[in-house]
Design a protein around this ligand. Structure first.
Ligand code: SAH
Length: 351
């Protein structure tokens, strides 16, 4: 059966055959603007509501919900219809909430320091599985902030499990729905990539100027080949060229992600090489404290070293921010998402 957000308007029109024409819009808006369950669309006759709830089931089934940072970080582990598991993380900040979503179950990019990469690739997510993560999180964010669910204040980052540019067709259709139907502005949508150059080139041809984040982590090919193996296929110079084109054509600032690994990529020479690449790409740098993962022994840089690395970048004229660490205790932090392979009891809690 087609899931709630995998259905397109044509399918919905088919399901609503015999109903007045305006029903398609009513249902579509209820799903996309309010994130509502068909059962709760009170502007529809009751029997139609329960028919639709049955015909358009959710794609995400809650396994566990974990909360940390005094309620400001929430992680959901979802089970999909075929048993695959993915995670979504919602973070509340003073002015906005950000949802970090998955684009694949697992990941084929094999970055050694990333828990998802350590576990390998399972499958691409469907459009509906991607969209539903955002809309359920937005309902929850609205509850948290006391707003209404269609308030547009949510930021969406494709920084959960998977490589979004390896699943670009579905990711892009999901982005079009989030933008056009759910009303989330392009500047609130960020695709994060390990650096798939053909994918970046495809993004340049897309009409919406979404933000681009590139997980750089090393600024010379020798080190980057080790940390981010796909670099052997698309080395740094090619990557920087694609980023420059993206920036020129889309007019959006690119950001570099840099996980701080003690003694590996936090030396003064790394700062110099990084500042140089950031100047070429006119990129903003996000320094991420390395989060511990089961299959990787190097440790994160101590806080003082992160501070001095940031200061050195500043002296070199680069623009760098140290990212706050969220949800480490519930394995919800950057790079920690790795859905448990063990079947666990299903916690029944509707969002
Ligand atoms: N595949 C995409 C998106 C997923 S990862 C990408 O690579 O960009 C989101 C971010 O978390 C990436 O910048 C990734 O490099 C970073 N990350 C992965 N493992 C990490 C870890 N253990 N500690 C800190 N950041 C990590």
């Amino acid at each position: 059966m087609t899931s709630r957000y995998d259905a397109d308007r044509d399918l919905l029109a088919e399901l609503l055959d015999g109903e007045p024409r305006y029903r398609v819009d009513q249902v579509w808006e209820g799903l996309y603007l309010r994130g509502a369950d068909p059962q709760d669309l009170t502007n529809l006759p009751k029997s139609l509501r329960s028919d639709l709830a049955e015909l358009l089931p959710p794609a995400l089934h809650l396994v566990t919900e974990s909360v940390s940072d005094g309620g400001r970080t929430v992680k959901w582990l979802w089970q999909l219809d075929d048993g695959a598991r993915i995670e979504t993380v919602l973070m509340h900040y003073p002015k906005r909430s950000t949802v970090c979503i998955s684009s694949q179950a697992g990941c084929a990019m094999a970055c050694g320091f990333c828990a998802t990469g350590q576990a390998g690739f399972e499958r691409h997510l469907t459009v509906g599985e991607i969209v539903e993560q955002v809309l359920r999180a937005r309902v929850r964010a609205a509850e948290h902030r006391g707003g209404n669910p269609s308030s547009r204040s949510i930021n969406v980052v494709f920084m959960g499990m998977g490589e979004p540019l390896a699943n670009l067709d579905r990711v892009w259709t999901a982005i079009e729905r989030l933008h056009g139907d759910a009303g989330i502005g392009a500047r609130h949508l960020t695709i994060s990539t390990v650096g798939l150059v053909p994918g970046i080139q495809q993004l340049i041809d897309k009409p919406l100027p979404v933000n681009l984040a590139v997980s750089l982590h090393a600024a010379n090919d020798k080190l980057r080949n080790e940390l981010v193996p796909i670099n052997k296929r698309w080395p740094i110079d090619e990557l920087i060229f694609a980023i420059q084109q993206h920036r020129e054509i889309k007019g959006r600032r690119v950001s570099f992600e840099w996980a701080m690994i003690n003694g590996v990529n936090d030396r003064p020479s790394d700062a110099r090489e990084l500042a140089d690449l950031a100047a070429r790409a006119r990129a903003h740098i996000n320094l991420i404290p390395l989060n511990p993962t089961p299959g990787w022994s190097p440790v994160g840089s101590p806080p003082a070293r992160i501070d001095s690395f940031a200061a050195e970048l500043g002296r070199l004229g680069a623009n760098a921010t140290i990212r706050a660490n969220r949800g480490t205790d519930i394995d919800a932090a950057c790079g920690q998402l790795r859905a448990s392979q063990q079947p666990r009891p299903v916690a029944i809690r509707s969002l």
